[in-house]
Design a binder for this molecule. Structure first.
Ligand code: 3HC
Length: 708
């Protein structure tokens, strides 16, 4: 039977301590329940209340054992991100956890939902840990450019060994209950009732001396396993500081006592907290959570969708089908004829077989998901769907025809979306009765994997359609960003300026390999020319041909892609493009470099060599300048939305926070100066964005625009 106890220890009904901790007793077990919605972050108020409650429990004769648990959806998501970057306030989490560990009375922690960061560290300070069978635990600080700062890097290796500890700390991955038990991270999994089983565990420890993890030595690692893990962490760090610091700190747990290791960890934590990398990653964390919040949508209820129709079962269509099937929707996949439909189904199945091979799903899951897929060549069957997405080839005429056909087949209330990546939505909307139910859902390939979803709002798109699209994004676990209509929307429009700038530099003395190397050093997984080779140069060629008729002859245009394609150099698939591909290896091709040099000389532009820094500055300025125009035109609502698009869809290094955040960190004055030089040099086609100039003259930066 539970008894409620007050702060002073008197019996009392449902006593609430400073609003964030509920304390009561179940027999001899004091139950301390963190209750700080939405995710029980360990804010200063929580730390204070917990410390007071743990100390009080020491002096209460009725309390012989202590249980720390959480209310609501999760144990705790860890340190309160809204406190980061501000002066730390007492009591500090490491001190609280040390106090828990030193408790003369046993302390048990019950993890449910997600026990992350500081929440995991509280558990490491306790004497026993029990987890709900659907619970997760992890130290995800590295994803915010940080490391555990409350003993995690020193206690975890002592508990699970240095190799597993480094893996968890450097990747930040969460583990489920079974894996946590296998690793020795928890002592038990609650099979039925976490709270009751945790109280029993706490009761069972009464009167026993509890070992302190911090006094244990870290078990020695197999040298080969340790070296392999270190190599993996270094390889995957790619410019990020925090994973590398993790190697250093976990190593120290092998050689230093906890009393020396912990202050080192704390110092590293604050150094990282003040790093640009952490600021960038924290910015993205908050941007992700803000992206779908629009004041005009606050009172709009999204529609409930069950059955999704997808027209076109090519690479995009089949990937989109899998994304919806994975999220539990019923999908109707439509193709023009049996052969195309069969090929599409094989593509869908192929994606599932690959998921089985990589261990992500099992055969049963594949069968379950496929049982929700209805293939057909009959467009009329779409009439029963709640939303239809067209994913046919990028041809405006064909898309308009398709919309006209749909108009006759489906009810005017059905939502209709296009997956176009750059075409104007208005002519398609014109072809539909009730164009307010029409919008763009721009998925990125492979659509079932890539996190980004651009939701394109056409002129007449209704608020309900928009709000429904955002709800789809959440259900598909995508990062959904709203864009207005323009050629390429947010992402491809900026990408076009980025690529053009790289090609301009080829005309001024830079080589493709130099630009690729500079951008890879900046943090891109692949440089722009290597990416073009991977995607196929014929794609860029086709687009150039499409735009040729309307291109202003006064615009600066670099025809090198045409020359490469005319020679059959279509990229990796042809074994040659900007580079040569020999046995799968990319090598610079002297013939291409000579062609680039000859073209550059023929332009009559002055030739010079470029430093990596200069290349990076020009690319960033081109992206940011276009981003500023996109903001000025109202295509994107916030600079942070642009950051999300570039990071999640185009490989911009997340630890730089996205181009707009990075520009703020660099100083907008410098970015403006590079943009002004570019304008002077490139003339037409590169005008400095008025918003960029305006921000600099009013001594503001992009972050001041993020609130609205
Ligand atoms: N601090 C403050 N607020 C947090 C938070 C945190 N650690 N984690 C989440 N929130 C907020 C979100 O901003 C969001 O706020 P909103 O409703 O105003 O938009 C709300 O909680 C809900 O979050 P999500 O939308 O992300 O909810 P989900 O259910 O999708 O995910 C989660 C929950 C898995 C806990 C996810 O929020 C998450 O990964 N949080 C970050 C966890 C983390 O990185 N913890 C480590 C912190 S650093 C630390 O502990 C330092 C220590 O070592 C000293």
């Amino acid at each position: 039977m539970s008894t409620a106890v007050s702060a002073a220890g008197d019996a009392d009904e449902g006593e609430t301590m400073p609003d964030v901790l509920r304390v009561w007793r179940d027999g001899e077990v004091a139950v301390l329940e963190i209750d700080n919605p939405p995710v029980n972050a360990t804010s200063q108020a929580v730390r204070r209340a917990l410390l007071d409650a743990v100390q009080r429990a020491q002096s209460e004769p009725e309390t012989l054992s202590i249980l720390i648990c959480g209310a609501g959806r999760t144990f705790t998501a860890g340190g309160d991100i809204t406190e980061f970057g501000k002066p730390p306030r007492e009591p500090h989490l490491p001190d609280l956890i040390n106090r828990i560990e030193e408790s003369g009375k046993p302390v048990v922690v019950a993890w449910h939902g997600t026990a992350l960061g500081g929440g995991c560290e509280i558990g490491l300070g306790a004497h026993k840990r029990i987890i709900a069978k659907d619970g997760f635990v992890g130290l995800p600080e590295v994803k915010l450019g940080l490391l555990p700062g409350a003993g995690g890097t020193q206690r975890l290796p002592r508990l699970v060994g240095p190799v597993a500890a480094l893996d968890l700390i450097a990747t930040g991955r969460m583990v489920g209950a079974e894996e946590a038990l296998r690793l020795g991270l928890v002592d038990a999994i609650a099979r039925k009732d976490l709270r009751a089983e945790a109280i029993e565990l706490a009761r069972g420890l009464i009167g026993q001396m509890q070992p302190r993890l911090s006094l244990r030595s870290t078990p020695a690692a197999e040298p080969e396993a340790w070296q392999a893990m270190v190599a993996k962490v270094n390889r995957e760090a790619r410019g990020r500081i925090a994973p590398q610091r993790a190697i250093e700190l976990v190593s120290q747990s092998l050689t230093l006592p906890f009393s020396l290791g912990q202050p080192n960890e704390r110092r590293a934590f604050f150094e990282l907290m003040n790093s640009e990398q952490s600021r960038g990653l924290r910015h993205l964390f908050l941007a992700e959570r803000e992206a779908g919040k629009r004041p005009e949508l606050a009172s709009v209820t999204p529609r409930d969708l069950h059955q999704i129709g997808i027209i076109g079962a090519g690479t995009m269509g089949s990937g989109i089908a899998v994304a919806f099937l994975d999220a539990g929707y019923k999908v109707m996949l439509v193709e023009a004829d049996d052969a195309a439909l069969q090929a599409g189904l094989e593509r869908v199945n192929g994606l599932y077989l690959r998921a089985i091979r990589s261990g992500r799903i099992d055969e049963n899951t594949r069968l379950n998901r496929l049982s929700n897929l209805a293939p057909t060549t009959e467009m009329s069957r779409l009439a029963g769907c709640d939303l239809v997405i067209e994913a046919i080839f990028e041809d405006m005429g064909a898309k308009i025809e398709l919309m006209k056909k749909l108009a006759n087949l489906v009810p005017a209330s059905m939502l209709v979306a296009t997956n176009t990546s750059y075409l104007d939505l208005e002519p398609m909307a014109d072809a539909l009765p009730a164009p307010e139910r029409f919008l763009g859902l721009h998925f990125f390939s492979p659509a079932h994997v890539m996190k980004l979803l651009e939701i394109v709002r056409a002129r007449r798109t209704s608020l309900q359609a928009l709000s429904t699209a955002l709800a789809i994004g959440r259900k598909l676990k995508k990062i959904a960003v709203i864009s207005g209509v323009c050629e390429g929307f947010i992402g491809n429009r900026i990408l076009a300026k980025f690529r053009a700038q790289c090609e301009f530099m080829l005309e001024e003395g830079a080589l493709p390999r130099e630009i690729d190397a500079a951008m890879e050093a900046f943090g891109l997984a692949m440089g722009p020319f290597a990416v073009q080779d991977l995607a196929g140069l014929d794609i860029a060629w086709a687009r150039r041909k499409r735009l040729a008729a309307t291109r202003d002859p006064a615009d600066r245009d670099v025809p090198l892609v045409d020359r490469l394609c005319e020679q059959g150099r279509f990229g990796q698939k042809a074994g040659k493009g900007w580079y040569l591909y020999e046995n799968g290896h990319r090598v610079p091709d002297p013939a291409v470099e000579a062609m680039v040099r000859a073209h550059a000389a023929a332009t009559g532009r002055p030739q010079r060599s470029f430093s990596a820094q200069e290349i990076q500055n020009r690319v960033v300025a081109a992206m940011v300048n276009e981003g500023a125009k996109i903001l000025g035109e109202g295509i994107a609502a916030r600079p942070a939305d642009i950051d999300l698009v570039l990071v999640n869809g185009y490989g911009f290094p997340n630890w730089r926070g996205g181009p707009m955040h990075y520009a703020d960190a660099l100083g907008l004055k410098q970015v403006l100066a590079v943009a002004q030089n570019t304008e002077a040099r490139d003339g037409r086609g590169f005008e400095v964005a008025p918003l960029l100039a305006e921000l600099v003259s009013s001594q503001r930066n992009f972050s001041t625009l993020n609130g609205g």
